[in-house]
Design a protein around this ligand. Structure first.
Ligand code: NAD
Length: 320
């Protein structure tokens, strides 16, 4: 893991850029601007997210590695100057880090970056992410014997990905229930024909597929005990509060598709722009269906959880 400290007192930049496994090839990952308690927690988040990106890149057969920049939102004094500085750092890496938006990063930030570096994606990859999550859900349904045209899917969070996914699920015939903390987002999802549940209930109301598309870490031990679903497959990163909870889900016969398998559509779309000059195609994103089916079958055959099996597969790819 290589860490580059991001420091620009004039612009108010405090943060870190983590390159998880540069020996594997160019790093792919976004720039996160968030409130952190301390510089240490900001650096730790960059490292954790970069490592998660390496998993995502490897499992989706992208020749490269994971990276992530995390910036302390509250320290920023001049946003354009801050993004210009970060863009200059990205440019100085000469393509060994290819970046794009993450939480808290705006369209204006992208414009500031593109003035100083070519190593930033201007593609909107949200639709690619939603497309890939749908493929993972379809695969998990086929694996578990759930008919998606009759399935009840609970979507937590109808932001950019969740709303797009809701539309896709409804077009597939699924009955969708949504929840969001922002009323206007709920209203937009309701206008597509989705049902609405309270934000406290969406995780534990009975459904075939639970689809977390809001925050990471939302499945903890209490939620595992209360779940009434057969499958968990969503866009949010690091859905499990702790990875050993994958065992608890398996004990309850709940199929958990690791989030870095489900939500790889965006990085597939964006990374290939950098690697070959054209975005990842719909066919390359739709390969998430077959990949998910293979991982779920492999886990079943090996008597391990889908998460454990996926991590084994990633380790083999890393060693090649
Ligand atoms: P977004 O910010 O557009 O949407 C998130 C939604 O979740 C918002 O509408 C927000 O109001 C809602 N929300 C927050 N807390 C909630 C709660 N407690 N209950 C219900 N709703 C809540 O983000 P997005 O781009 O749609 O991404 C969704 C998730 O997927 C994030 O975790 C993101 O990191 C992950 N992800 C996104 C992409 C992408 O291409 N955008 C790619 C990979 C992973």
């Amino acid at each position: 893991m290589k860490i580059i400290e991001l420091e620009h007192p004039g612009a108010g930049v405090r943060g870190a850029l983590a390159l998880d496994a540069p020996d594997l090839g160019p790093a792919f990952g976004g720039i996160r601007v968030a409130s952190y308690r301390s510089a240490e927690s900001c650096r730790a988040d960059a490292k954790r997210l970069a490592a998660a990106m390496t998993r995502k890149v490897l499992i989706h057969d992208i020749p490269g590695s994971g990276g992530k920049a995390a910036i302390m939102a509250d320290a920023i004094r001049d946003r354009h100057a801050a993004m210009t500085y970060i863009g200059e750092v990205v440019e100085s890496l000469k393509g060994s880090f290819f970046t794009g938006p993450d939480t808290g990063f705006t369209a204006d930030d992208t414009r500031s970056l593109t003035r100083v570096t070519k190593f930033v994606t201007t593609e909107d990859v949200t639709d690619a992410t939603a497309r890939g999550v749908l493929q993972a859900i379809r695969a998990a349904c086929d694996h578990a014997g759930v008919d998606i045209t009759r399935a009840r899917v609970n979507v937590q969070g109808v932001g950019a990905v969740g709303l797009d996914l809701t539309r896709r699920l409804m077009a597939s015939g699924a009955r969708v229930t949504v929840a969001d903390v922002v009323a206007s987002r709920v209203a937009e999802a309701r206008s597509t024909g989705a049902d609405v549940a309270g934000t406290d209930d969406i995780l534990t109301e009975p459904c075939d597929v639970l689809c977390p598309c809001a925050l990471g870490g939302i499945i903890d031990a209490t939620v595992v005990a209360a779940l009434q679903c057969r499958i968990i497959a969503g866009a949010a990163n690091n859905i499990l509060a702790e990875e050993p909870l994958a065992d608890g889900l398996a004990d309850r016969d709940i199929v958990f598709v690791p989030d870095f398998v489900c939500n790889g559509g965006g990085v597939i779309r964006g990374a290939w722009v950098h690697l070959r000059g054209t975005p990842g195609t719909d066919e390359e994103i739709d390969a998430i269906y077959k990949r998910t089916r293979n991982l779920l079958s492999g886990a079943e055959a090996g008597g391990v959880t889908p998460l454990a099996h996926t991590l084994e597969v990633i380790e083999r790819k890393r060693a090649r």
